[in-house]
Design a protein around this ligand. Sequence first.
Ligand code: DG2
Length: 232
Amino acid sequence: MSKYTIVMVRHGESEWNQLNLFCGWYDANLSDKGKTEAAQAGKAVKDAGLKFDVAHTSLLTRAQETLKAILKEIGQESIPIQKTWRLNERHYGGLTGMNKAETAAKYGEEQVQIWRRSFDVPPPAMEPDHKYYDTIVKDPRYADGPKPEEFPKFESLKLTIERTLPYWNDTIIPQLKEGKKIIIAAHGNSLRGIVKHLDHENFKPVVSMKFLGDEETVKAAMAAVAAQGKAK
Ligand code: DG2
């Protein structure tokens, strides 16, 4: 029996994943496929016999809806849910709203791969004249944070980790140490940052991490995300 239990879930397909657009802090809804995927994630959690004491998610609808679907599936809709901007997806800056394949055709697949998967090369900043600048910066959900000086205009994975870790260290780790069983529903890159940190730090998993759900489904989903940055 492992000492700590934590399940991390990336949300189901969003409407912007479906359109292959860089999404970041834009609040896209789950697509119909994404809703089905979220319910399937709930079934995988149920089949694994997991129950939780507390849930964490971002301020973005796609992660919150995924969490709700999972908790519904396992009959745990009433556990506490803590929401924070620190678990939001990495801010894709000026790329937000651009099509990933068209961006690859314009700037090259290599550059898009650097923007998507390098550690510390950030995307271009989201300037005030960007189509989604006001939608994001003036969104009332951010009234309690981030503070204006920490509000991102772009983020590399490194910057994402730097703003996610305070929440991980100050909120999630103490709950784990109290023996609470935890589920986090968040995003490809905010979770990638936490996992990268875990791989290198002293809260290293004693039992290696494992994917819930069947292997083929997991592999196909990973391949589909990897292919998003190919020029068509
Ligand atoms: C995707 C991740 O975020 O994109 O912001 O476009 O996980 O919230 O759908 P998510 C986005 P990639 O880094 O995989 O391109």
